[in-house]
Design a protein around this ligand. Structure first.
Ligand SMILES: [Zn+2]
Length: 677
């Protein structure tokens, strides 16, 4: 018997990890795909007239067990993988994407969905039902379901070309990144580098049977060298090599690929009835249109630019005074910024870490969630885990009702990927009047405790924990009917609001007093350290903001207009950078030819969302601050209008219900110290 095929007989129906064998996954997923296909066949062959219930809801609640099993599988593949699981993933992934395509290409199913969609205004649907209907309809129409047969073929050809082009783009960037290395044989040329970076460079050289120290274009090698190496000529050499990737007029050149990608994306958008690729992408974003994004970025630019120019002037003066540098170049920025920061703040992680013992920080996050949202976290040992290091909690509200099951998995292991993330083992939904509560997890890679020392976090790790905990609250407090609209299933320029807003509490005295106590003495973190943390967090915020805006504008310049007339990648790029440029242009460098976010990954017409989310979280937190950071009324508004609502209502509407008005960029600029009160 395959344990994955039936509802789980466990406490809170949690995943029965210890009883699942790797070899259960493939047969279970194959058979659950067949089961879901049968559920969908039952919808399309239903002789009754299509209704919201027998079509839209039936489709939404099809494949529930398949979803549970695939989330368990892919979560394990990220947090506790091994060769066997990776091999199964290679087999399972194409099965699932083929199954997904089968659904979007199912004409009988689309016919029923369209029939209901076309009569939606006469159906007296509530907001959530309308949202689900639109989401389902769009999942067909945005994939070409409305096109005539010959145009469907054109779309398939474009998609095929685009996926090949993106693949080649990425391969070229990788090839160029790997092709460059800088061998250093004179130790003096490493002057300024921290011991760790030197050691890594030595090991890299050894791994390639070379004498000396090797520096390359991978971030762990590139960043420390650009930040600390005193040798200006070598910094220049490295920076130019980095900026030249995909722009070398060689076999790995990406210029034609970039032009091809943007033109085909534009063509694809036109075919589907959208003005530009950005219009296509932004239809399912809070920002909605390229005009809104440009207006947003340009407004921020206007307001941040004076501060950025001021910071640049200070940095130039500093470099002049220190090393008699007349003209600050790109390869000087990171180096002098680091020196200036050290001089101004003299703040290092070792001073802060004793105040941030992992258990205290976790309990602090729990206490804050209790004060704000009335949540109670109780560690329980009856829940099955996939690894002994995972902690499991039962989360209840003030009435003692179950809110969620919460897993926390904090330490690095061989089978865990890098970084930190929040994920879902079971979605929240309401069916047959029963509110089925979610199972939420956060996974991190924090310093492990030793025999003599507990796990002490860097401040960056503290904000990471709060960030992921914010996503987790979004998942835990979900209270919607449909699973596909529940929790973090929101437009992606809205999804970072709950996470980023939580980080703000880490900078507040009232919150730090709850958990930032010295692990040996119990002393609360000195306020002098807290203000240093705050100040250093906004160091060079103006220039950083300009940099992010410049990438956002470049992205929109490629995707928010008709690209037919663009002939030269570099000429186009220079125009896009005109208003955000801080350092002299380097003729042999180009950003677009290695801008993997937008030409390889999924961020096209989406780069603005980093700043967008910051504006939202700063504006939201200012509301908390005005009323007091533990103000119950504001917290309840946030819970009722944002955290519990998932994607059931347009995010701007949700935000306005919480805040009483649209978000304004001033709060971010104030928090960053870029404008006065
Ligand atoms: Zn996040």
């Amino acid at each position: 018997m395959n344990i994955l095929l039936n509802p789980f007989q466990t406490p809170f129906t949690t995943a029965p990890f210890s009883e699942i064998k790797n070899e259960d996954f493939l047969p279970a997923i194959t058979s659950l795909i067949e089961e879901t296909k049968a559920e969908i066949n039952a919808i399309t062959s239903n002789p009754e007239v299509p209704t919201y219930k027998n079509t839209i809801e039936a489709l939404e609640f099809s494949g529930v067990q398949l979803d549970r099993v695939t989330s368990i599988f892919f979560n394990l593949n990220s947090a506790e993988t091994n060769d066997a699981i990776q091999k199964i993933a290679q087999e399972v992934s194409p099965l699932l994407s083929e199954f997904g395509n089968d659904i979007t290409l199912n004409e009988a199913l689309f016919k029923r969905v369209k029939l209901i969609y076309d009569t939606r205004d006469s159906l007296s649907l509530n907001a959530e039902q309308m949202m689900l209907l639109e989401k389902q309809y769009k999942s067909f129409s945005r994939n070409g379901a409305l096109l005539a047969e010959d145009k469907k073929q054109t779309l398939r050809d474009l998609d095929k070309d685009l996926s090949k082009l993106s693949l080649s783009f990425g391969e070229n960037v990788l090839a160029e990144t790997n092709a460059f290395e800088m061998l250093i044989t004179d130790e003096d040329d490493l002057s300024g580098l921290p011991e760790g970076a030197k050691e890594a460079a030595k090991q890299l050289a050894e791994s390639k049977d070379k004498d000396g120290w090797l520096i390359n274009l991978d971030y762990p090698s590139y960043i420390p060298f650009m930040t600390y190496a005193d040798n200006r000529e070598l910094r220049k050499k490295l920076a130019i090599a980095f900026g030249q990737r995909g722009f070398g007029n060689n076999e790995f050149d990406n210029q034609d690929i970039v032009l091809n990608i943007v033109k085909k994306r534009y063509q694809r958008a036109n075919l589907l009835g959208y003005k530009t690729h950005a219009n296509f992408v932004l239809e399912e974003r809070m920002a909605k249109t390229p005009e809104n994004v440009s207006e947003f970025l340009n407004e921020l630019l206007d307001k941040a630019k004076p501060a950025a120019l001021g910071e640049l002037k200070d940095l130039e003066d500093f470099a002049k005074a220190l090393d008699n540098i007349d003209r600050l170049e790109k390869w000087d920025s990171g180096y002098y910024a680091e020196k200036l920061k050290q001089k101004l703040f003299d703040l290092d992680d070792e001073k802060l870490k004793p105040y941030f013992q992992l258990e205290n920080v976790t309990n602090g996050a729990f206490k804050i969630a209790e004060k704000l949202y009335g949540l109670h976290f109780e560690e329980v040992d009856t829940i099955d885990k996939y690894h002994e290091e995972v902690s499991t909690y039962k989360v209840t509200n003030d009435n003692g009702d179950l809110v969620s099951i919460f897993y926390a998995d904090f330490f690095p292991r061989a089978g865990k990927r890098n970084g930190a993330w929040m994920t879902v083992y079971k979605s929240q939904y309401i069916k047959n009047n029963e509110n089925s509560r979610p199972h939420i997890s956060i996974v991190c890679n924090f310093t492990k405790p030793t025999k003599s020392k507990p796990s002490l976090l860097t401040f960056n790790e503290v904000t990471t924990l709060f960030h992921e905990f914010g996503h987790a609250l979004h998942g835990m407090l979900a209270n919607t009917t449909y699973p596909s609209l529940s929790g973090t299933s929101v437009f992606w320029d809205f999804v970072e609001l709950p996470s980023q807003v939580m980080e703000n509490w880490c900078f507040e005295k009232e919150a730090l007093e709850l958990f930032a106590t010295h692990y040996k003495t119990g002393e609360v973190i000195p306020m002098e350290l807290v203000s240093k943390i705050k100040e250093s967090a906004t160091f060079h915020e103006g220039m950083q903001t300009l940099r992010q805006i410049s990438f956002g504008l470049l992205d929109m310049s490629w995707h928010g207009q008709d690209p037919s007339a663009i002939e030269h990648v570099k000429v186009h790029e220079s125009e896009a950078f005109e208003n955000t440029k801080l350092y002299p242009d380097v003729a042999e460098n180009c950003m677009s030819t290695a801008f993997s976010h937008i030409f390889q990954g999924g961020y096209s017409a989406g780069y603005y969302s980093y700043k967008w989310a910051e504006v939202l979280d700063a504006d939201a937190f200012e509301y908390f601050k005005e009323a007091g950071i533990f103000n119950k009324e504001v917290a309840t508004k946030f819970k009722d209008n944002v955290l519990s609502q998932g994607g059931t209502v347009d995010p701007m509407t949700l935000y306005k219900r919480f805040r009483g008005k649209e978000p304004q960029p001033e709060a971010l600029l104030r928090r960053a110290g870029l404008i006065k009160k």
